[in-house]
Design a protein around this ligand. Structure first.
Ligand SMILES: Nc1ncnc2c1ncn2[C@@H]1O[C@H](COP(=O)(O)OP(=O)(O)OP(=O)(O)O)[C@@H](O)[C@H]1O
Ligand SMILES: [Mg+2]
Length: 339
């Protein structure tokens, strides 16, 4: 592994040196260096393995995070609808209660479209105060208003060639609805403080948990904008209308939570699955995801060794005690008609 040299200022200093002792010392030094090198290699290897494992976990979480899980008739029909509309440039309006997967569906439409390599620009219409909405969406010129020190592109221009996702579109102030309608009609935007219009090529996806048609009929949403958006309406069913998906989704979230939290092997007890299936899920899939993540955390942390199943008690705080079983439907008597 190396060379041991002995130096002295006086000549003949090593004439009577104990060569055996020196050789012994050299071997010891060689062994120590060799061991240190081995340890270093092992450390590097472990680090690389750890990094690899971490990357694989991140990869898996990213990959499975974008999939719409479910095999109920409602989910299969949703998948068919998304497949049908995605390759077209039609405007899609996603309707459904909170947590039913509208954002996931919007991403899925973009990813299945020819625009998938181009940006998907997200606009949260509920968090767009009227005062800044116009400049956020359509951009502004330098000096258009106090504070506009530089020219700025709006979301519609950022989405040029790609897709714009107008989330919570039902919350848009009426004045902004009028301007968006223009953009959708003519595929052009007029930045604040500019006399010119700029052409944009965009695909629009909008989502809301409101009864938008009803809102439009009552004058709370522009009817013409509603019709522009509802070119291809897609409804996402609440979870209580597709209980067949609950066990599958719960398993999906259990796997993700295990990976994220670094918990070992874990599964639901049959009673826990029945408890999940009995719940009404007003917060839909998002609520299920949170309940499962908390349950995994609890089940994984149980003192006294490793637990291998998530039990009803791990769900109890979120779901409360099991509902009373309703009155049983009367038993049907089979009658046999002679002949
Ligand atoms: N079918 C599904 N498969 C897997 N994950 C889902 C599914 N539906 C929803 N999720 C997950 O549930 C969570 C809520 O979904 P999402 O944000 O798309 O709901 P939303 O309809 O946009 O709700 P909100 O109206 O409150 O914004 C997300 O973490 C999403 O990944
Ligand atoms: Mg959403």
């Amino acid at each position: 592994v190396g060379l041991l040299t002995l130096d002295a200022l006086e000549p003949g200093r090593f004439d009577r040196a104990d060569l055996e002792a020196v050789a012994g010392f050299a071997s010891l030094a060689a062994a120590a260096i060799h061991t240190a090198e081995l340890i270093e290699t092992l450390e590097r290897l472990a680090e690389a393995r750890g990094q690899l494992a971490q990357d694989l976990v991140q990869d898996e979480l990213r990959r499975s995070g974008g999939t719409l899980v479910g095999r109920s008739p409602a989910m299969l029909s949703l998948q068919r609808e998304l497949d049908t509309v995605a390759p077209s440039d039609l405007t899609v309006l996603l309707l459904g209660e909170t947590g039913t997967g509208k954002e996931l569906a919007a991403r899925s439409v973009h990813d299945r479209s020819a625009r998938r390599e181009r940006p998907l620009v997200y606009v949260n219409c509920a968090a767009l105060p009227e005062s800044v909405a116009e400049s956020e969406l359509f951009g502004h010129e330098e000096g258009a208003f106090t504070g506009a020190v530089r020219r700025r592109l709006g979301k519609f221009q950022l989405a040029d060639g790609g897709t714009i996702f107008l989330d919570e579109v039902g919350e848009l102030p009426i004045s902004i609805q009028t301007k968006i309608l223009r953009t959708l009609q003519f595929q052009e935007v007029q930045p604040v403080g500019s006399d010119d219009v700029r052409r944009v090529d965009i695909r629009v996806i909008a989502a809301t948990n409101r009864q938008l048609e009803e809102e439009a009929r009552r004058g709370r949403f522009r009817l013409d904008l509603y019709h522009r958006l509802a070119v291809f309406p897609v409804r996402l069913a609440p979870l209580r209308e597709r209980r067949e998906d609950i066990a599958l989704l719960a398993g999906h979230f259990l796997d993700r939570a295990r990976l994220k939290l670094g918990v070992g092997r874990l599964r639901f007890s049959p009673a826990a699955v029945r408890r999940l299936e009995a719940h009404d899920w007003p917060g839909n899939v998002r609520e299920l995801e949170h309940v499962v993540t908390r349950a995994v955390l609890r089940a994984g942390q149980r003192p006294g060794g490793r637990t291998t199943s998530v039990e009803v008690e791990h769900l109890q705080d979120a779901l409360g005690p099991a509902p009373e079983p309703g009155p049983r439907p009367p038993r049907r008597r089979s009658t046999c008609k002679p002949g």
